[in-house]
Design a protein around this ligand. Structure first.
Ligand SMILES: NC(=O)c1ccc[n+]([C@@H]2O[C@H](COP(=O)([O-])OP(=O)(O)OC[C@H]3O[C@@H](n4cnc5c(N)ncnc54)[C@H](OP(=O)(O)O)[C@@H]3O)[C@@H](O)[C@H]2O)c1
Length: 325
């Protein structure tokens, strides 16, 4: 019997229920039926669970998984039963062992990447791809600020930055996280629990500040992010693990340095199939060249999803979390 992680009301990890799933006999015309082997846990799953991002309820959570096609609809082209595939997008519902999913949003997983590795990098790695290539084109030698450098997205950002030759200034909350980020390519690590982020960043950049800040932490880092930018710098707000930034006085915050603001998302950047393909090709290319390693993965049983969410939200994790159905 197939199982899924269902949410009927918003709240803490306890609102996630293991439930039996029902599938029709065959997938719809343009969908494939995927037997999941590994499911990516992403911070956004906690926003869907707790109502930070409202979703229609009841709903199965999750936006990322890897597995094998076991059936396909009549209209599916380019994919066969037996293919190893993965996805990192809507519709929600990856927290389960078998599901149907639109074939225009899946990608084939190459032999040199395991199921667990793929589920640990698809969503987070393509996020780094669009942030560093398309939201703002980072250049070799350029300093930039990136918060939560030892997280799932963060450790991939450290390695991607090194591959480009950019100079990443990363923030973390513990000494252990600092060592990990540094080892994976973050040039300068600031412990934002112990050090003054802006002072240290200004020392590193000879008081110039940075041209771009990538901020996935939100409320707690907002002021430091703004203070770290040069004139006409870009503030990229791509998440809020510490909570939403509220009540911003746009004129007061953005006018003095003529700053730019953007709030990007992977869903929009990879909406077109050609963008999805280019994005995943860049990511897998760096894995093949061994410029991105996929070592820091913590595996949980699908049934233990509550523990995974708790550890992620309590800042107990580094790198990526993967559920095994
Ligand atoms: N817009 C997009 O397209 C997109 C795509 C993927 C991810 N994201 C965003 O990117 C961010 C990182 O995602 P992830 O899945 O890789 O998570 P993650 O970075 O592994 O986990 C979140 C990290 O945020 C830091 N943090 C700081 N203050 C926190 C607080 N009060 N509570 C919890 N964590 C706090 C912690 O690192 P320290 O302990 O070192 O502070 C924690 O480990 C999230 O905001 C996510 O929503 C956005």
């Amino acid at each position: 019997m197939a199982i899924e992680v269902l949410v009927k009301k918003t709240g803490g990890p306890e609102v996630m229920e293991i439930s039996q799933s029902k599938l029709s006999e065959n997938p719809e015309d343009n969908s494939v039926r995927i037997k999941h082997r590994a499911i990516g846990v992403n911070y956004i799953d906690t926003y869907h669970r707790d109502g930070t991002y409202p979703i229609q309820l009841p709903s199965v959570l999750g936006m990322e998984a890897v597995g094998e096609i076991i059936k396909k609809g009549d209209g599916v082209r380019g994919f066969s039963v037996g293919d190893r595939v993965g996805y990192a997008s809507l519709p929600l519902g990856s927290y389960c062992d078998v599901r149907d999913y639109p074939s225009d949003k899946i990608v084939k997983i190459p032999d040199y990447i395991s199921d667990v590795q793929a589920a640990s990098i698809l969503l987070k790695g393509m996020t780094v791809e669009y942030l560093f290539n398309r939201t703002y084109k980072l250049k070799a030698g350029e300093h930039f600020l990136f918060h939560a450098a030892a997280g799932g997205v963060g450790l991939l950002a450290c390695q991607w930055s090194k591959a480009i030759g950019a100079k990443m200034i990363g923030t973390v909350s513990t000494k252990e996280k600092a060592v990990l980020a540094k080892n994976l390519g973050c040039d300068y690590v600031i412990n934002y629990k112990e050090e003054n982020v802006v002072e240290k960043l200004m020392d590193i950049t000879n008081n110039k500040g940075v041209s771009v800040v990538y901020d996935g932490v939100g409320k707690d880092t907002f002021e430091n992010s703004i203070s770290s930018l040069q004139d006409r710098g870009l503030f990229v707000s791509f998440g809020q693990s510490s909570g939403m930034v509220n009540d911003v006085n746009l004129h007061k915050v953005f006018a003095p340095k003529n700053l730019f603001y953007t709030r990007p998302s992977l869903i929009v950047y990879n909406k077109k199939r050609e963008d999805l393909e280019k994005s995943v090709e860049s990511l897998f290319g760096l894995v093949k060249e061994k410029k991105i390693k996929t070592e820091n993965i913590k595996e949980y049983k699908l049934e233990d999803v509550g523990t995974a969410h708790q550890e992620l939200q309590n800042r107990k994790t580094v790198g990526s979390l993967v559920l095994i159905p």
